[in-house]
Ligand binder design. Structure first.
Ligand code: HAM
Length: 545
């Protein structure tokens, strides 16, 4: 049914429309409720952050930082930027000594504009900017003195130098659309001195994230996460287990089916722990390099652990024979991992150990986990998380323990929808959070001016009582109005004509079976409440029902 219009949502982004958004709200509301019972408070974070924040925390060799971030230079000197790009273009178009006048004029204009921006305070005179401007002034003098007979080589090398100086000038800060929010939470923890608060600090967030990935089912360039982080205090294994318990409670409340919790420990970065393992892994990988694809071959150098993540069919046999990290953990990490498992068992959380679960971001240590769910195809991880002691310190804060997770909300919704489809196909009732109906409960069919005034009042009263009401804005014959009510999927029609208004008795029609009853105005709300089955109550957006 999609129409081709001039403008379309950018590749990898999409509109979320009603009634589906009702399910999104229900999921988010459940998160607010469940997370609050575990003592978490909501943090709302900016979507833009310094690129450096992610480069430092997620790691330069990760896919997210090296390929997928949306970054730009944030500055207030658009005019200067335009002059620079024109000047660079002029230098390409006029490559000979005879053209030096164009470059001289361009540099003159550029220097005047830069000094103007400095005076206005929109460009700061950093030592780098001051040096570049001085150099460009000297270059301008050079070009002003160029004669048409100058040797091309000398002219060309000066042009290259000027071009390099211009290109290297940075006006503002490199910023990124956040690809995740853990780094932002740590930044906020440091910025607001949250280490002074009683520890640990438990925060959760929800909102859009951006990664330039190849879009496919369950993978978008703008996607949504619901995440939680515990910062500060101890690294007691019970914290890891309780966080995972909260996650499973949340999924349980949503009746998310077919979930599997995968856990692992990737130790810490000491020579007798992960670092030692990575060296061994690298050595083993070198031996089987020829049997791996180009991506994995590249990763042997940049990030050997990530080879374990490969989903390529032909690499699986080779990877399965590689050494396991569990056999190379130091005593402390091994003890911590064993205790996390015990604490999960104590809480009745069922897990599956997965020695290949290394996660794609550099900040993890010790506990890592992922949850897969049904109906998602190859992108079946609905949540990922782990421990990241040391990240706050890496970002300039005090030594701080940390652990958290992020749920891919798009995937969670997809999985819930897939679950509902198969439940419907097998004749079972759909789960309540999936009831994404946006139909009005009551459609008010009115005729006549007096009736309209009553209808407006009735709509107000019913909505105040929490019922969803559709009030047609113009008069419709009753037959047409009832047809409309049917089309919208309303459960009841409240019929208001001259008779009803003068008698003070309103007609309420149940659309499914056509039965009608006449009731005095005050009894209508009570009648609606009573006639709602529990199933309907589950679907209703009203908290009062
Ligand atoms: P992540 O594994 O990169 O971890 O992402 C978490 C979840 O976000 C994934 O399991 C997936 O459900 C969803 N997700 C990721 N990329 C996409 C995408 N392109 N389209 C749709 N969904 C996607 C993190 O982001 C960490 N910050 C999690 C964390 C919090 N670790 C500790 N605290």
């Amino acid at each position: 049914m999609a129409n081709k219009s001039k403008f379309q949502a950018i590749k990898g982004t999409r509109d979320l429309l009603p009634p589906e958004t009702q399910l999104w709200n229900r999921v988010e509301q459940t998160a607010h409720e469940v997370f609050a019972t575990f003592g978490f408070g909501e943090i709302r974070l900016p979507v833009l952050e310094p690129t450096e924040l992610f480069a430092r925390s997620i790691g330069l060799n990760t896919d997210v930082v090296s390929k997928e971030m949306y970054t730009f230079e944030d500055h207030d000197v658009q005019g200067l930027e335009i002059i620079r790009s024109h000047l660079l273009r002029d230098m390409d178009l006029h490559p000979g000594p005879g053209d030096a006048q164009y470059i001289t004029a361009g540099l003159n204009q550029f220097l005047a504009a830069a000094n103007h921006e400095i005076k206005r305070g929109t460009l700061s005179r950093t030592p780098e900017i001051a040096t570049a401007l001085l150099r460009l002034e000297q270059d301008m003098n050079f070009f002003a003195g160029v004669s048409p007979t100058m040797v091309l080589a000398e002219y060309g090398s000066q042009t290259n130098e000027t071009r390099a100086t211009l290109q290297a000038m940075e006006w503002g800060m490199e910023v990124a659309l956040r690809p995740e929010a853990t780094a932002s939470v740590c930044r906020a923890y440091i910025e607001h001195g949250m280490q002074q608060l009683p520890q640990p600090v438990k925060l959760y967030y929800m909102g859009p994230m951006f990664r330039r990935e190849r879009p496919q089912k369950g993978r978008y360039r703008q996607f949504y996460q619901i995440g939680a982080e515990i910062l500060g205090g101890s690294d007691a294994p019970a914290i890891d287990a309780e966080l995972i318990e909260m996650l499973m409670t949340f999924f349980g409340k949503l009746d998310l089916e077919g979930t599997t919790l995968h856990i692992n420990s990737i130790g810490h970065s000491a020579p007798n722990c992960r670092r030692g393992y990575v060296e061994k892994l690298k050595a083993e990988l070198e031996k089987v390099k020829d049997k791996l694809g180009p991506d994995s071959q590249h990763r042997i150098e940049t990030n050997p652990l990530r080879v374990l993540d490969s989903k390529l069919e032909f690499e699986q046999g080779v990877i399965e024979k590689l050494p396991h990290i569990a056999d190379h953990l130091c005593d402390d990490c091994a003890k911590h991992y064993a205790a996390v498992k015990q604490h999960l068992e104590l809480r009745g959380v069922i897990y599956r150990e997965n020695w290949r679960l290394v996660r794609g971001l550099d900040y993890y240590m010790r506990t890592t986990f992922e949850i897969t769910a049904q109906g998602l195809g190859s992108q079946n991880a609905v949540c990922g998380g782990g421990r990241y002691d040391g990240l706050v310190e890496l970002l300039g804060g005090p030594p701080t323990k940390g652990i958290g997770f992020a749920i891919g909300e798009d995937r969670l919704i997809l999985s819930l929808q897939e679950g509902a489809k198969s439940a419907t196909a097998s004749g079972a009732k759909p789960n309540s959070p999936l009831a994404t109906r946006h139909s009005p409960l009551v459609y008010i069919a009115w005729m006549g001016e007096r009736a309209y005034a009553t209808a407006v009042r009735a709509a107000k009263d019913l909505r105040n009582a929490g019922f969803s009401v559709e009030l047609p804005p113009t008069e419709l014959k009753f037959g047409k109005a009832l047809g409309q009510a049917d089309k919208l999927g309303a459960r009841f029609a409240l019929i208001l004509g001259d008779n009803e208004v003068s008698e003070g008795l309103w007609t309420l029609k149940t659309l499914a079976d056509g039965t009608q009853t006449k009731l005095p105005e005050p009894a209508i709300i009570e009648h609606l409440r009573k006639s709602l089955s529990p199933v309907w109550a589950g679907f209703s957006p009203s908290p009062g029902l």
